[in-house]
Write a protein that binds this ligand. Sequence first.
Ligand code: SAH
Length: 235
Amino acid sequence: MVEFDLIDDPTTPSLPSEVWEGSLAWPMTLTMQAEFQRFYDCVVQGNRRANLTRILEPMDFWEKHLWDSLRGVLPFLSGEVPLPDSPRLVDIGTGGGFPGIPLAIARPDWSLTLLDSTQKKVRFLQAAIAHLQLSQVQAIAGRAETLGALRPYRGGYDVALLRAVAAPSVCLGYARSWLKPGGWAVLYRGQWRDEEQEDLQQGLQGFELVTIDAFVTPQTQATRHSVMLRRLSSG
Ligand code: SAH
C-alpha cells in the first residue's frame, strides 16, 4: 500500500477566498488559490497518517498557514527587498510544508528545498510535491546542522526560512552554513520579547540584523514578527 496516496478529494471543505482581498499586498491569482486548495486537501489527507498540523479548520488554515507563510517574506514577494534571479531558498524544519509550499505556489520561479528531520513528514511532502507537480521544489530528510555542512547544501542558498523551529540563536546556527555570503535568514516568530532579542544577540555571529517587522494576522489579530538578517561574508 502506498503510504501517502493523495487524491483531489471534492469532499474536503473549501478554503475562504474573499479573505485574500486587501489582506496581503500581493496579487493573488485564482490559479494560486486553486493550488492552495489542492495543497490543503493533501494536508487533510496526510494528517490521517502523519502528525503534520493541528491547524486544519479552513479559516485557521488560511490565516495561520497560508497567509502567515506569505506575509513573513512579503518584502521579497513585493520586490521591496530584491533577490537574485531564480533564487534558491531553504525552509529549515518545514514540518507539513510551512512556509515553503505556499511560497512555492506563489512563486513558481523560485527554487525551494524543504528540510525536516522527521522522515515521515518528508515522505508526505514528497507525495504532495509530486501530486501538485511542483517541479522546482524538493523535500529532503535530515538534520539542518548535519546536511548544512555537506555539498551541495553548504553555502548554496540565497534565503533560509525558519518558522517555529527553535530559539532565535539556534535557528541562526542552523541557517549559517546553508547561506551564501549576502544571503538572508528569515525567522518567523510570534511574540518578540526581550529574552528573544537577547538570545538573538548572543547568536548573531556571521549575521547582521536588518529588520524586525511586526504585524498582526488579519482574522484573529494575533501578533507576529518577521526577523530578517543578512549573512556577512565572514564569521
Ligand atoms: N515550520 C513548520 C513546522 C514547525 S515544527 C511550521 O511552522 O508549521 C518544527 C519542525 O522542525 C518539526 O517538523 C521538526 O521535525 C523540525 N526540526 C527540528 N529540529 C530540526 C533540525 N535540527 N533539522 C531539521 N529539522 C528540524
